[in-house]
Design a protein around this ligand. Sequence first.
Ligand code: CUA
Length: 334
Amino acid sequence: MHAPWTRRTLLLAGVLLGALQTGACGRAPSTLQPRGPGAQRIATLWWFMFGVSAAVVLLVAALILFAVVRRTRRGGPSEEPRWAHGLIFGGGVLFPIIVLTVLWVWTLRDIAALSQPAGSGAITIDVIGHQWWWEVRYPQQGIVTANDIHVPVGQGVEVRLTTDDVLHSFWVPQLTGKTDMIAGRTNRMTIQADHPGVYRGQCAEFCGLQHAQMIFYVVAQTPADYQAWVAREAAPPTAPTDPTALAGRQVFENSPCAACHTIRGTSARGTLGPDLSDFGGRLSIGAGAVPNTRANLGGWVVDSQSIKPGNLMPPIQLDPAQLQYLIGYLESLR
Ligand code: CUA
Protein backbone atom coordinates (compact mmCIF):
# COMPACT_ATOMS: atom_id res chain seq x y z
CA MET A 1 0.00 0.00 0.00
CA HIS A 2 1.22 3.47 -0.88
CA ALA A 3 1.25 6.14 1.77
CA PRO A 4 -0.79 9.16 0.64
CA TRP A 5 2.30 11.36 0.47
CA THR A 6 3.95 8.91 -1.95
CA ARG A 7 1.06 9.26 -4.35
CA ARG A 8 1.12 13.03 -3.94
CA THR A 9 4.85 13.08 -4.60
CA LEU A 10 4.38 11.00 -7.74
CA LEU A 11 1.62 13.34 -8.93
CA LEU A 12 3.78 16.39 -8.30
CA ALA A 13 6.69 14.80 -10.14
CA GLY A 14 4.37 14.06 -13.07
CA VAL A 15 3.15 17.65 -13.18
CA LEU A 16 6.71 18.99 -13.04
CA LEU A 17 7.86 16.63 -15.79
CA GLY A 18 4.90 17.69 -17.91
CA ALA A 19 5.75 21.34 -17.38
CA LEU A 20 9.39 20.74 -18.32
CA GLN A 21 8.34 18.88 -21.45
CA THR A 22 6.00 21.67 -22.57
CA GLY A 23 8.89 24.08 -22.14
CA ALA A 24 11.25 21.85 -24.06
CA CYS A 25 8.87 21.45 -27.01
CA GLY A 26 9.00 25.17 -27.58
CA ARG A 27 5.26 25.53 -28.03
CA ALA A 28 5.02 28.17 -25.34
CA PRO A 29 7.53 30.97 -25.81
CA SER A 30 10.27 30.67 -23.24
CA THR A 31 12.61 33.32 -21.88
CA LEU A 32 15.20 30.55 -22.00
CA GLN A 33 15.02 30.46 -25.79
CA PRO A 34 16.15 34.04 -26.39
CA ARG A 35 16.07 35.43 -29.92
CA GLY A 36 17.25 38.95 -29.24
CA PRO A 37 19.91 40.73 -27.17
CA GLY A 38 17.47 41.80 -24.41
CA ALA A 39 16.19 38.29 -23.79
CA GLN A 40 19.74 36.95 -24.10
CA ARG A 41 20.84 39.13 -21.18
CA ILE A 42 17.90 37.98 -19.08
CA ALA A 43 18.53 34.32 -19.93
CA THR A 44 22.24 34.58 -19.07
CA LEU A 45 21.42 36.11 -15.69
CA TRP A 46 18.75 33.47 -15.11
CA TRP A 47 21.17 30.61 -15.78
CA PHE A 48 23.76 32.18 -13.48
CA MET A 49 21.17 32.52 -10.67
CA PHE A 50 20.02 28.98 -11.31
CA GLY A 51 23.61 27.68 -11.16
CA VAL A 52 24.37 29.52 -7.91
CA SER A 53 21.08 28.41 -6.32
CA ALA A 54 21.65 24.80 -7.34
CA ALA A 55 25.21 24.88 -5.97
CA VAL A 56 23.99 26.31 -2.65
CA VAL A 57 21.25 23.67 -2.34
CA LEU A 58 23.76 20.89 -3.04
CA LEU A 59 26.26 22.35 -0.57
CA VAL A 60 23.66 22.69 2.20
CA ALA A 61 22.40 19.14 1.53
CA ALA A 62 25.99 17.83 1.72
CA LEU A 63 26.59 19.64 5.02
CA ILE A 64 23.37 18.27 6.53
CA LEU A 65 24.33 14.77 5.42
CA PHE A 66 27.81 15.25 6.88
CA ALA A 67 26.34 16.41 10.22
CA VAL A 68 23.90 13.48 10.39
CA VAL A 69 26.57 10.89 9.58
CA ARG A 70 29.01 12.43 12.01
CA ARG A 71 26.48 12.48 14.82
CA THR A 72 25.33 8.91 14.14
CA ARG A 73 28.92 7.62 14.16
CA ARG A 74 29.68 9.31 17.46
CA GLY A 75 26.38 8.10 18.92
CA GLY A 76 25.05 11.41 20.23
CA PRO A 77 25.87 15.06 20.61
CA SER A 78 29.54 15.86 20.80
CA GLU A 79 31.73 18.83 21.54
CA GLU A 80 31.50 21.65 19.02
CA PRO A 81 34.58 21.50 16.83
CA ARG A 82 36.83 24.55 16.80
CA TRP A 83 35.95 25.46 13.18
CA ALA A 84 32.16 25.54 13.79
CA HIS A 85 31.98 29.28 14.42
CA GLY A 86 34.11 30.03 11.40
CA LEU A 87 31.82 27.89 9.24
CA ILE A 88 28.68 29.61 10.49
CA PHE A 89 30.15 33.07 9.95
CA GLY A 90 31.66 32.24 6.58
CA GLY A 91 28.74 30.23 5.21
CA GLY A 92 25.92 32.18 6.84
CA VAL A 93 27.17 35.77 6.54
CA LEU A 94 30.18 36.24 4.26
CA PHE A 95 29.17 33.87 1.48
CA PRO A 96 25.58 35.21 1.08
CA ILE A 97 26.85 38.80 1.14
CA ILE A 98 29.30 38.04 -1.67
CA VAL A 99 26.80 36.09 -3.79
CA LEU A 100 23.94 38.59 -3.33
CA THR A 101 26.23 41.54 -4.07
CA VAL A 102 27.39 39.95 -7.31
CA LEU A 103 23.75 39.27 -8.33
CA TRP A 104 22.68 42.77 -7.32
CA VAL A 105 25.42 44.48 -9.36
CA TRP A 106 24.76 42.16 -12.32
CA THR A 107 21.01 42.91 -12.14
CA LEU A 108 21.59 46.68 -11.95
CA ARG A 109 23.87 46.47 -14.97
CA ASP A 110 21.23 44.52 -16.94
CA ILE A 111 18.41 46.87 -15.94
CA ALA A 112 20.50 49.80 -17.20
CA ALA A 113 21.31 48.00 -20.45
CA LEU A 114 17.70 46.92 -21.06
CA SER A 115 16.36 50.44 -20.59
CA GLN A 116 18.73 51.96 -23.17
CA PRO A 117 16.77 53.84 -25.84
CA ALA A 118 16.94 52.41 -29.35
CA GLY A 119 18.70 55.51 -30.70
CA SER A 120 17.55 58.58 -32.60
CA GLY A 121 17.21 56.96 -36.04
CA ALA A 122 15.29 53.93 -34.77
CA ILE A 123 11.90 52.83 -36.03
CA THR A 124 9.23 53.88 -33.54
CA ILE A 125 6.07 51.88 -32.96
CA ASP A 126 3.17 52.94 -30.76
CA VAL A 127 1.32 50.08 -29.11
CA ILE A 128 -1.91 50.85 -27.30
CA GLY A 129 -3.56 48.24 -25.09
CA HIS A 130 -7.30 47.66 -25.29
CA GLN A 131 -9.51 45.09 -23.59
CA TRP A 132 -8.42 42.72 -25.27
CA TRP A 133 -6.38 43.58 -28.31
CA TRP A 134 -3.38 45.61 -29.36
CA GLU A 135 -3.52 48.72 -31.50
CA VAL A 136 -0.26 49.11 -33.43
CA ARG A 137 0.80 52.37 -35.07
CA TYR A 138 3.90 53.33 -37.05
CA PRO A 139 3.87 57.13 -36.83
CA GLN A 140 6.88 57.59 -39.14
CA GLN A 141 5.26 55.56 -41.92
CA GLY A 142 1.61 56.39 -41.22
CA ILE A 143 0.70 52.73 -40.74
CA VAL A 144 -2.12 51.56 -38.46
CA THR A 145 -2.64 47.87 -37.78
CA ALA A 146 -3.43 45.53 -34.89
CA ASN A 147 -2.15 42.48 -33.06
CA ASP A 148 0.77 41.75 -35.44
CA ILE A 149 3.89 43.87 -35.04
CA HIS A 150 6.29 43.77 -37.97
CA VAL A 151 9.92 44.62 -37.26
CA PRO A 152 13.17 44.27 -39.21
CA VAL A 153 15.75 41.89 -37.70
CA GLY A 154 19.08 43.03 -36.32
CA GLN A 155 18.08 46.50 -35.21
CA GLY A 156 16.62 47.98 -32.06
CA VAL A 157 13.06 49.24 -32.46
CA GLU A 158 11.57 51.74 -30.04
CA VAL A 159 8.15 50.70 -28.73
CA ARG A 160 6.05 53.34 -26.96
CA LEU A 161 3.42 51.77 -24.76
CA THR A 162 0.20 53.06 -23.30
CA THR A 163 -3.37 51.87 -22.71
CA ASP A 164 -6.82 53.02 -23.63
CA ASP A 165 -8.53 51.43 -20.63
CA VAL A 166 -7.13 49.26 -17.81
CA LEU A 167 -3.53 48.27 -17.08
CA HIS A 168 -1.95 45.83 -19.49
CA SER A 169 1.63 44.65 -19.83
CA PHE A 170 3.58 44.11 -23.02
CA TRP A 171 5.71 40.99 -23.04
CA VAL A 172 7.53 39.07 -25.77
CA PRO A 173 9.45 36.49 -23.71
CA GLN A 174 11.90 35.61 -26.47
CA LEU A 175 12.84 39.23 -27.17
CA THR A 176 12.99 41.08 -23.86
CA GLY A 177 11.34 41.67 -20.46
CA LYS A 178 7.87 43.01 -19.65
CA THR A 179 6.78 46.65 -19.59
CA ASP A 180 3.50 47.85 -18.13
CA MET A 181 1.01 49.87 -20.14
CA ILE A 182 -0.37 52.63 -17.94
CA ALA A 183 -3.18 55.05 -18.80
CA GLY A 184 -2.03 58.64 -19.25
CA ARG A 185 1.60 57.65 -19.39
CA THR A 186 3.89 56.46 -22.16
CA ASN A 187 6.46 53.81 -21.28
CA ARG A 188 9.25 53.12 -23.72
CA MET A 189 11.15 49.98 -24.40
CA THR A 190 13.54 48.70 -27.02
CA ILE A 191 12.94 45.38 -28.71
CA GLN A 192 15.28 43.67 -31.09
CA ALA A 193 15.01 40.31 -32.83
CA ASP A 194 18.17 38.79 -34.20
CA HIS A 195 16.56 36.05 -36.30
CA PRO A 196 13.59 36.22 -38.67
CA GLY A 197 10.56 34.49 -37.22
CA VAL A 198 7.27 34.94 -35.44
CA TYR A 199 7.51 35.55 -31.71
CA ARG A 200 4.45 35.25 -29.58
CA GLY A 201 3.73 38.07 -27.15
CA GLN A 202 1.32 38.03 -24.28
CA CYS A 203 -0.36 40.51 -21.98
CA ALA A 204 1.33 40.01 -18.63
CA GLU A 205 -0.93 42.04 -16.35
CA PHE A 206 -4.38 40.75 -15.39
CA CYS A 207 -6.80 42.93 -17.33
CA GLY A 208 -10.13 41.13 -17.15
CA LEU A 209 -11.95 38.11 -18.48
CA GLN A 210 -9.87 37.64 -21.64
CA HIS A 211 -6.45 38.52 -20.23
CA ALA A 212 -5.13 35.12 -21.24
CA GLN A 213 -6.38 35.66 -24.78
CA MET A 214 -4.70 39.02 -25.21
CA ILE A 215 -2.01 37.72 -27.49
CA PHE A 216 0.04 39.33 -30.22
CA TYR A 217 2.79 38.33 -32.61
CA VAL A 218 6.05 40.04 -33.41
CA VAL A 219 6.84 39.23 -37.03
CA ALA A 220 10.59 39.73 -37.43
CA GLN A 221 11.55 40.04 -41.08
CA THR A 222 14.73 40.56 -43.07
CA PRO A 223 15.19 44.28 -43.83
CA ALA A 224 14.11 43.69 -47.46
CA ASP A 225 10.93 41.83 -46.44
CA TYR A 226 10.18 44.47 -43.85
CA GLN A 227 10.57 47.25 -46.43
CA ALA A 228 8.24 45.39 -48.78
CA TRP A 229 5.68 45.10 -45.98
CA VAL A 230 5.97 48.83 -45.21
CA ALA A 231 5.56 49.71 -48.89
CA ARG A 232 2.43 47.55 -49.12
CA GLU A 233 0.92 49.01 -45.95
CA ALA A 234 1.72 52.62 -46.81
CA ALA A 235 0.45 52.36 -50.41
CA PRO A 236 -2.83 54.18 -51.09
CA PRO A 237 -5.82 51.84 -50.72
CA THR A 238 -7.18 50.30 -53.90
CA ALA A 239 -10.75 49.18 -54.52
CA PRO A 240 -11.20 45.44 -55.02
CA THR A 241 -11.53 44.38 -58.66
CA ASP A 242 -13.17 41.03 -57.93
CA PRO A 243 -17.00 41.46 -58.01
CA THR A 244 -17.57 39.21 -54.98
CA ALA A 245 -15.00 41.18 -52.98
CA LEU A 246 -16.72 44.39 -54.07
CA ALA A 247 -20.00 42.94 -52.87
CA GLY A 248 -18.26 42.06 -49.60
CA ARG A 249 -17.09 45.62 -49.20
CA GLN A 250 -20.67 46.82 -49.61
CA VAL A 251 -21.82 44.36 -46.95
CA PHE A 252 -19.13 45.70 -44.62
CA GLU A 253 -20.01 49.35 -45.22
CA ASN A 254 -23.74 48.77 -44.75
CA SER A 255 -23.51 46.50 -41.70
CA PRO A 256 -22.79 47.40 -38.07
CA CYS A 257 -19.12 46.44 -38.79
CA ALA A 258 -18.41 49.92 -40.14
CA ALA A 259 -19.50 51.61 -36.91
CA CYS A 260 -16.60 50.06 -34.97
CA HIS A 261 -13.90 49.30 -37.56
CA THR A 262 -11.94 51.32 -40.07
CA ILE A 263 -10.89 50.08 -43.49
CA ARG A 264 -8.84 52.62 -45.40
CA GLY A 265 -10.36 53.75 -48.67
CA THR A 266 -13.92 52.91 -47.58
CA SER A 267 -16.65 54.74 -45.70
CA ALA A 268 -15.96 52.56 -42.64
CA ARG A 269 -14.34 54.82 -40.05
CA GLY A 270 -15.15 53.25 -36.69
CA THR A 271 -12.50 53.44 -33.99
CA LEU A 272 -13.86 51.16 -31.28
CA GLY A 273 -12.37 47.97 -32.70
CA PRO A 274 -9.16 47.19 -34.57
CA ASP A 275 -8.42 48.83 -37.93
CA LEU A 276 -8.99 46.06 -40.49
CA SER A 277 -7.24 47.63 -43.51
CA ASP A 278 -4.70 44.77 -43.75
CA PHE A 279 -6.80 42.08 -42.09
CA GLY A 280 -6.10 39.32 -44.62
CA GLY A 281 -2.38 39.43 -43.84
CA ARG A 282 -2.83 38.95 -40.10
CA LEU A 283 -1.94 35.77 -38.30
CA SER A 284 -4.92 35.54 -35.98
CA ILE A 285 -8.46 36.68 -35.26
CA GLY A 286 -9.42 38.25 -31.93
CA ALA A 287 -5.82 38.98 -30.80
CA GLY A 288 -4.57 35.42 -30.92
CA ALA A 289 -7.91 33.79 -30.05
CA VAL A 290 -7.98 31.65 -33.23
CA PRO A 291 -5.85 31.38 -36.40
CA ASN A 292 -6.92 33.62 -39.27
CA THR A 293 -8.81 31.20 -41.54
CA ARG A 294 -12.02 31.65 -43.53
CA ALA A 295 -13.90 29.24 -41.26
CA ASN A 296 -12.78 30.96 -38.07
CA LEU A 297 -13.60 34.36 -39.55
CA GLY A 298 -17.12 33.22 -40.36
CA GLY A 299 -17.58 31.95 -36.83
CA TRP A 300 -16.15 35.15 -35.38
CA VAL A 301 -18.43 37.46 -37.40
CA VAL A 302 -21.55 35.47 -36.61
CA ASP A 303 -20.84 34.91 -32.91
CA SER A 304 -17.50 36.12 -31.59
CA GLN A 305 -18.79 35.72 -28.03
CA SER A 306 -18.61 31.94 -28.36
CA ILE A 307 -14.89 32.26 -29.26
CA LYS A 308 -13.85 35.07 -26.92
CA PRO A 309 -16.57 35.71 -24.33
CA GLY A 310 -16.81 39.25 -23.07
CA ASN A 311 -15.23 40.99 -26.07
CA LEU A 312 -17.04 44.09 -27.28
CA MET A 313 -18.12 42.76 -30.68
CA PRO A 314 -21.81 41.90 -30.92
CA PRO A 315 -23.06 39.04 -33.11
CA ILE A 316 -23.57 40.20 -36.71
CA GLN A 317 -26.60 38.78 -38.49
CA LEU A 318 -26.06 38.23 -42.19
CA ASP A 319 -27.58 35.87 -44.71
CA PRO A 320 -25.20 33.12 -45.87
CA ALA A 321 -24.39 34.76 -49.22
CA GLN A 322 -23.62 38.09 -47.60
CA LEU A 323 -21.42 36.36 -45.04
CA GLN A 324 -19.44 34.61 -47.81
CA TYR A 325 -18.91 37.92 -49.65
CA LEU A 326 -17.81 39.58 -46.43
CA ILE A 327 -15.34 36.81 -45.56
CA GLY A 328 -13.88 36.90 -49.09
CA TYR A 329 -13.47 40.66 -48.92
CA LEU A 330 -11.84 40.74 -45.48
CA GLU A 331 -9.42 37.95 -46.38
CA SER A 332 -8.46 39.82 -49.57
CA LEU A 333 -7.27 42.86 -47.59
CA ARG A 334 -3.48 42.95 -47.42
CU1 CUA B 1 -4.28 42.92 -21.20
CU2 CUA B 1 -3.96 41.25 -19.54
